[in-house]
Write a protein that binds this ligand. Structure first.
Ligand code: AMP
Length: 598
């Protein structure tokens, strides 16, 4: 595998609160890039890391830099430059997570599209770490609202992406504004010439770390990928399990806590499953593997560490629920199936930004990973019915049923029901809690948007981000215009059940607790719905923004987890507190005289 190092986090001299946060995060061991980067970064060395997203590089720099932070200082000590606002937010969130035991710690994300007034206000607080996109950081430097004079460290994250997006001059200008003796950390998946130039100009005697993606042969395992948002993964996994014939399954996740959490969720959905992680004692682990071999257990949810060398012939599926840290780890994981010449299927779940990892795996294994066609509701129904029939035939053929046959004959005579009616009633009783027909919308197909259909979308995603950066304002205006037009249209139209999206999806109206008085515009709300619910814009209809709230139509059958996420999503300083207007308590709510838009 990615030879997960034998080193422990506790060997790395991280400060106590940081070590505690790592422990809370459930990481078992440092990823290779972490094991190599943390010691030199703690020593204040410059560092040049060739690694991509998914290798754990954020923690590789955040953990040591946090350990070295002086919380009593009131000006920024670390500046992280990231190519996109998404990455800036993600990185800022990671800092926050790893700093959860550092009282008074503040990280400030700064990116285009966010209200500059809010940013200025936030900057007045003591900020220890600034994470931002080069364009917006430049804005603040020009305005004199960001001072980099006390900076101890600059991190350039995904430097090659910043180059591709045309930010490299900004990056150099920013570097020139920082003190001469600062530490510089540069991460880049590739090392094109301009990045090498930056390296030789601004890094002093850097430690060089390269996380290699070693080529290894993969046997005849069918390799598939599914791309989408984290909160759809569980539904996708259960769909796969329902529709595919499987022997034993190993599901790979990254943390100990996730092995337990996911295993519990699968168990609640009726699967014989158990977690396997480094906290579980060796003898219990062995018992678990034996149960998997014998078939009294079908699914294990494991971390890389414990699945090393696992050899169970029954394993038909490997699900990479969380992305592996590197290619080697991927190869090792999928090698758990297809043992002893049998067939196996490996499915890789990748996040919307995970294309690079996918391409790098394909490149180094020399094999194509095809997009997974997600089973439809009809596929699920078909496979349930087939299984149901098979079970009945097996039960009839393999059991002595004289007693029941007599009973049914008696019942036909007593009740005047036909044997078919009786069989139907029995079937109903057996399947009452587990309907054979998958309700359309029970797992709404809209949630698994065409984002999964191929990698063009990934390219489009990347292009979108790139364009966003380059022509940020213009792009936003276009988006805005489109939605404004939609709003105006919707004000004229009466709300109707079906709002004419291309798939004729039935819609539900929702109320959102954010309005124009809070500074919300269509682009903010639509953006949040797209980003947080993974919705396509065509399914966001009838957005109407009033002074203190808004209403919007979204497809019926929103999964509970998305509902919960949207409920808590922040837009313009307000949580959406999404409410279904067709439900009783909300009708009551809706009876209040609505404030009108000015
Ligand atoms: P990154 O490469 O920084 O984007 O990290 C990718 C993912 O790996 C993030 O979700 C992290 O929470 C997770 N991660 C980072 N370090 C570890 C670790 N040592 N063990 C398990 N997961 C990790």
């Amino acid at each position: 595998m990615s030879e997960q190092t034998a080193i422990k986090f506790s060997d790395l001299n991280l400060s106590k609160p940081i070590l505690q946060a790592v422990e809370d995060s459930g990481y078992e061991v440092p990823s290779p890039i972490q094991a190599e980067s943390i010691p030199p970064l703690l020593d204040g060395r410059d560092l040049l890391g060739q690694a991509q997203t998914g290798t754990g590089k954020t923690a590789a720099f955040a953990l040591p830099l946090l350990s070295n932070l002086d919380l009593s200082k009131k000006t920024p000590q670390v500046l992280v430059l990231a190519p996109t606002r998404e990455l800036a937010i993600q990185v800022a969130e990671a800092w926050q997570t790893y700093a959860r035991h550092l009282k008074g710690f503040h990280v400030l994300p700064i990116y285009g599209g966010q209200n500059i007034g809010i940013q200025l206000r936030q900057m007045r607080r003591d900020v220890h770490v600034v994470v931002g996109t080069p364009g917006r950081i430049m804005d603040h430097l020009r305005r004199g609202t960001l001072k980099l004079g006390d900076l101890k460290t600059v991190v350039l994250d995904e430097a090659d992406e910043m180059l591709r997006m045309g930010f490299i001059d900004d990056v150099e200008t920013i570097l020139k504004e920082t003190p001469n003796e600062r530490q510089v950390v540069l991460f880049s998946a590739t090392m094109p010439a301009p990045i090498k130039r930056i390296t030789s100009r601004y890094l002093t005697d850097p430690v060089e770390i390269k996380i290699k993606n070693k080529t290894s042969t993969v046997s005849t395992i069918k390799q598939l990928y599914w791309k989408g948002k984290t909160f759809h993964k569980l539904d996708v996994l259960t769909r796969i399990l329902e529709a595919d014939e499987f022997g034993a399954v190993i599901v790979f996740v990254r943390t100990k806590s996730m092995t337990v959490e996911l295993s519990e969720k699968l168990e609640a959905r009726g699967y014989a499953t158990t977690p396997l992680n480094g906290d579980i004692k060796q003898d219990l682990r062995e018992k678990t593997i034996n149960r998997l071999k014998k078939g009294s257990l079908d699914i294990i949810v494991a971390t890389d560490v414990v699945a090393r060398g696992l050899d169970v012939k029954r394993i038909t599926h490997v699900i990479n629920y969380d992305m592996p840290h590197d290619t080697e780890s991927y190869v090792h994981r999928i090698g758990r199936t297809g043992r002893a010449g049998r067939e196996g299927t490996a499915i890789l779940f990748i996040p919307p930004r995970g294309d690079r990892m996918l391409q790098s795996i394909e490149r180094s294994t020399g094999q194509k990973i095809e997009p997974l066609k997600l089973p439809s509701s009809q596929d699920i129904t078909d496979s349930r019915i087939a299984r149901f029939k098979e079970n009945i035939v097996n039960a009839a053929n393999n059991n002595k049923l004289d007693f029941f046959e007599t009973l049914i004959t008696e019942l036909t005579e007593e009740s005047e029901l036909s044997p078919t009616q009786i069989a139907a009633a029995l079937s109903y009783l057996v399947q009452r809690d587990r309907p054979l027909v998958e309700k359309k919308g029970a797992i709404p197909d809209f949630a698994f948007s065409s984002k999964n259909e191929g990698r063009n979308e990934g390219r489009r995603d990347r292009d979108r981000q790139r364009n966003d950066r380059k022509r940020g304002e213009r792009k936003e205006r276009n988006f805005d215009d489109r939605n404004d037009r939609k709003n105006q249209d919707s004000r004229k139209r009466k709300p109707k059940k079906n709002t004419g999206n291309k798939d004729d999806v039935p819609m539900t109206s929702y109320r959102l607790e954010v309005g124009s008085e809070h500074g919300a515009e269509a682009k903010h709300i639509v953006g949040a719905l797209i980003n947080e619910a993974g919705l396509e814009s065509q399914y966001i209809q009838n957005l109407k923004i009033d002074a203190m709230h808004s209403t919007v139509s979204l497809p019926d059958g929103m999964p509970k987890d998305i509902y919960k996420i949207l409920h808590k999503t922040w837009v313009s300083g307000q949580q959406l507190k999404l409410r279904d207007l067709s439900r009783n308590e909300d009708r009551k709510f809706n009876n209040k005289k609505p404030k009108t838009n000015k």
